[in-house]
Design a protein. Structure first.
Length: 510
């Protein structure tokens, strides 16, 4: 027991800061909508988070407008410029405050000249000849939006579970639930199951509340653990001097009592949250990445909607005379949004983070980009070509793994300089050895959503400046340390508790 008591104390003391950061960031991550208006100046963060050369997802795409204007949009909001990219001016007036609310996933234009843009939680509309966005309600359900498209005079807004359609004046939306695809099974990703179990969302609001409670509990355990360890020093010093310390002793005793009791009572929940978190990052992610399981009965994954939390992007293909759909399960073709989706084969590799670029590339091809690269996709020929090399890409069994060497976050063919793609780390890139237009100073001083800062903190990427090569192993190693802290504390409590209980039950000597 001395071994466990000793190392529970010292490993816990060494790791307290990181455990606190896990707990605090985890609670905030569970409430993205509530904190969507909060953001942090990128200048406060490590240099890799600063905007340089339109990197870090600043640009997702562009939309050509009348009068030689070009609208740039992405994680930095919306910017109006011309075909030469000169003097980009911010166009965010009327949007909700906060980087998350201005992180534009897609922008489209109606035949009447109105612009519509979607962020994760909002649909915005910009009437022609105005410079102010208005928020347009779509649904009362709390769904995250992923795309917006126009076909003829109908506006389609894509959420992660449904498609919403509206005719002019685009104030009333009809919810469309897509049919089951052929050969559909109700199985869900084991990775997704672990993810939702880790956050508590697997059991809805009640589950998230429990996990939030555990997060607060971990904060209390860290604080009481520090008190137990550090308050001993002044208590011992005063004892040597013959000075009594009733308040310090009282605080120490109170902290020890509740540190032990709370750790013991919530031991199982601590284990579940720690272990599931470890499986969300390599190396433990690898064996579960492709695994499919039946949804847990009564969980949020058990849904009558076969597309629950799977929809990503939507396009209409004039050549095929039908719709194309990007989902968490791959690409599908639909003759109409009421027909049975047909899964497509030999499709471009797409990272688990989804499609970031999807636009026409001539009459017969689509350009598909993600954190797994940039590809030309010819559906008629069932062929995929690497955009940079022109080489044919062999069919893949599963979604592409993020390369981060060619992690494409945006693309544009609307500038006079030629086609430009935006890599997440490097920023603007062009085939010709010419530089794209420089970023405006106003964007260089951009902001990052507080939720994204919490995510970077939670997974350890904010520590990469000193973790370096260990950054990818941070979650796994931190999980092992947290498991040892929890298990050793449980063992010490059980043995001491049983010893005290056994001693108390012994009959006193006659």
């Amino acid at each position: 027991m001395r071994f466990f008591a000793k190392y529970h104390k010292w490993i816990g003391l060494f790791f307290t800061f990181f455990v606190l950061m896990f707990a605090v960031s985890g609670v905030f991550l569970n409430h993205r909508r509530a904190i969507a208006a909060w953001d942090v100046a990128r200048s406060w963060l490590p240099e890799r988070y600063s905007y340089k050369n339109w990197n870090n997802g600043a640009v997702g795409g562009t939309l050509p407008l009348s009068g030689g204007r070009v609208l740039m949009y992405g994680g930095s909001g919306a910017w109006m410029t011309d075909t030469l990219g000169r003097s980009p001016q911010p166009l965010t007036e009327g949007m909700r405050r906060g980087a998350d609310n201005r992180n534009l996933r897609a922008v489209t234009q109606t035949a009447g000249g109105e612009l519509f843009a979607v962020s994760p939680f909002c649909l915005y509309r910009l009437k022609e000849n105005t410079n102010r966005w208005e928020e347009q309600p779509v649904t009362t359900a709390h769904e995250a939006f992923t795309d917006v498209q126009v076909k003829d005079d109908t506006l389609f807004v894509v959420s992660r579970s449904h498609i919403y359609a509206a005719a002019p004046p685009y104030t009333t939306f009809e919810r469309i639930q897509l049919q089951q695809p052929e050969n559909y099974t109700s199985k869900v990703s084991l990775f997704r199951t672990f993810w939702l179990l880790h956050s508590g969302e697997l059991f809805g609001t009640a589950g998230k509340t429990v996990v939030d409670t555990v997060g607060v509990l971990v904060i209390v355990l860290c604080i009481t653990g520090l008190i137990i360890t550090l308050f001993k020093i002044p208590i011992k010093r005063r004892r040597k001097k013959g000075v009594n310390s009733p308040k310090l002793k009282q605080t120490w005793t109170f902290s020890l009592k509740w540190h032990a009791k709370l750790g013991y009572l919530f031991f199982i929940l601590l284990l579940i949250i720690t272990v599931t978190g470890m499986f969300l990052r390599p190396p433990l992610l690898i064996p579960i990445a492709r695994a499919q399981v039946k949804p847990l009965p009564g969980s949020t994954l058990e849904s009558d909607n076969p597309w629950h939390d799977k929809l990503r992007r939507l396009r209409y293909d004039d050549r095929q005379q039908g719709w194309l759909l990007s989902s968490g399960d791959g690409f599908y073709a639909l003759s109409s949004l009421r027909s049975v989706p047909q899964k497509l084969t030999n499709t471009p590799p797409v990272s688990v983070m989804g499609v970031t670029v999807w636009q026409k590339n001539g009459a017969d091809e689509w350009l598909i980009g993600s954190f797994s690269g940039l590809y030309r996709w010819n559906i008629s020929e069932q062929a995929v070509y690497d955009y940079l090399t022109g080489e044919a890409v062999a069919p893949r069994r599963s979604s592409g793994r993020p390369s981060f060497k060619n992690a494409v976050s945006g693309f544009s063919s609307d500038f006079s300089q030629g086609e430009v793609w935006f890599e997440y780390a490097k920023g603007a890139c062009m085939k010709e050895e010419v530089a794209f237009v420089p970023m405006p100073d106003a964007l260089a001083d951009g902001r990052m959503s507080f939720w994204n800062v919490c995510l970077e903190l939670h997974v350890g990427r904010l520590y990469s400046s000193f973790l370096r090569g260990l950054t990818d192993w941070y979650i796994f190693l931190a999980g092992l340390l947290m498991l040892f802290i929890a298990v050793s504390g449980y063992i010490v409590y059980r043995k001491r508790y049983r010893k005290k209980r056994t001693t108390a039950k012994k009959p006193s000597a006659a």
